[in-house]
Write a protein that binds this ligand. Structure first.
Ligand SMILES: Cc1ncc(COP(=O)(O)O)c(C=O)c1O
Length: 391
């Protein structure tokens, strides 16, 4: 992977005063003395071209009704082709306000009350809200921990599906937040095979898919043979380009049947993406490839640096090198963290992380740490954690 280009060296710079002034929640939830590493949002984005485009739109007061959503699918398709060798048919791409909206829409349109919705704890906390808020049942297919890290257990998946014919949807986090695990082509093929055997719809959340490091490859679920007839992929430029507040995502349907099912939800109920979000995402996808390469190089250095510092200076904490994402999953079981490990860690170190138990069962004593920040701040985060927990 190449070093960041000099013209983009600012990519590695973060000014906490500027970040707090921006009003983003990551930098404003806790007092200034706390370093925020809790939200899965990096501190660098978006690329300058996105800011310029938004400025142009503000200058001409482009705030009226719009049709920018029409251009989102084609722009995403070109990005996916460039980055992942996958060219989804723009006609099968529905713009949504955000990825979670796409997930909830799939559950409403493609399953029935009482159906089992399967997901993979420990996992991005809102996934646990899907079943109780839609009158569906939660079915856990937990990742298992071995000496080499977190893994999917395909025998367990097969047994779960065999035992419960009412499971109708598998919600994948691909790549996986918080462990950074990337499913291989062979693993995805096995999932598709089981989906056919058990009449399962797959919703593949690929929001972290641009952030996969050398050694692993993101295989879009919709490129797996046989997947299209039962898969909707939901994703956006939010993680890559730090556009979390901009409200623009896509739901990529594998075929017309799935598209029509999602379309059956009235547009007035589903909602729509925001003009600024559409323009920001389109500009990022049209122009941001080199910037994304540089971002990945910065994040790659960060993940290795955090991993090395913890392994060398604080071996009591277990961290596996994530294959993707800019988050790491830290096991603090060597300490008496109580039932809220993130609060305990914040008090001990002045670093705010995501609270493990929010990620589902078997996540006690864990925290999720975001390393998408400057080298300087990351070192301060590491210093604080090492000194705070050693002391
Ligand atoms: C796996 C995953 N899905 C979805 C989201 C949120 O996406 P959105 O804000 O577009 O709903 C996140 C944000 O952290 C995430 O990690």
């Amino acid at each position: 992977m190449s070093e960041p280009a000099n013209s983009l060296i600012d990519l590695g710079f973060v000014d906490p005063v500027d970040r707090r002034a921006s009003g983003v929640i990551k930098w404003n939830r806790y007092p200034d003395r706390v370093i925020p590493a809790w939200v899965a949002e990096h501190d660098f984005g978006p690329p300058p071209a996105v800011v310029e485009r938004l400025r142009e739109l503000v200058d001409v007061r482009a705030f009226g009704y719009h049709s920018a959503g029409d251009d989102v699918g084609p722009a995403f398709s070109r990005w996916a082709a460039q980055r992942h060798g996958w060219t989804p048919d723009p006609g099968l791409i529905l713009p949504t306000a955000n990825v979670l909206q796409g997930i909830w829409a799939c559950v409403e349109a493609l399953t029935e009350p009482g159906d089992g919705i399967m997901y993979t704890p420990p996992v991005y906390p809102p996934f646990q809200d899907v079943p109780p808020t839609t009158d569906r049942r939660a079915v856990h297919w937990p990742l298992v921990l071995t000496e080499t890290g977190w893994h999917y257990d395909f025998d367990a998946l097969s047994e779960l599906l065999e035992a419960d014919p009412g499971i109708s949807l598998l919600l994948l986090c691909h790549p996986h937040n918080p462990t950074g695990r990337v499913l291989t082509a062979g693993e995805l093929a096995r999932i598709v095979e089981l989906a056919h055997e058990h009449d399962l719809t797959i919703v593949s959340d690929e929001i972290h898919s641009d952030l996969v490091y050398e050694g692993s490859t993101h295989v879009p679920m919709l490129t797996v043979p046989g997947a299209a007839s039962r898969t909707v992929a939901v994703t956006s430029g939010v993680k890559t380009f730090a556009l979390g507040g901009m409200s623009c995502s896509v739901a990529v349907c594998g075929n017309d049947r799935l598209r029509s099912a999602l379309r059956s939800i009235p547009a007035e109920l589903l909602g729509a993406p925001n003009r600024m979000g559409c323009e920001a995402s389109i500009t990022a996808w049209e122009t941001g490839s080199e910037w994304a390469d540089d971002l990945l190089a910065v994040l790659d250095r960060n993940r290795r640096h955090l991993f090395d510092r913890i392994r060398t200076d604080l071996p009591e904490v277990t961290m596996f090198l994530p294959e993707s994402t800019f988050v790491a999953w830290l096991d603090l079981s060597a300490f008496d963290t109580g039932d809220h490990p993130a609060r305990w860690l914040r008090h001990m170190t002045g670093v705010a992380c995501g609270n493990g138990p929010n990620f589902g069962p078997a996540a006690e004593n864990h925290v999720r740490i975001t390393f998408g920040t400057s080298a300087e701040l990351l070192d301060e985060i590491a210093d604080r954690i090492i000194t705070g927990l050693k002391g």
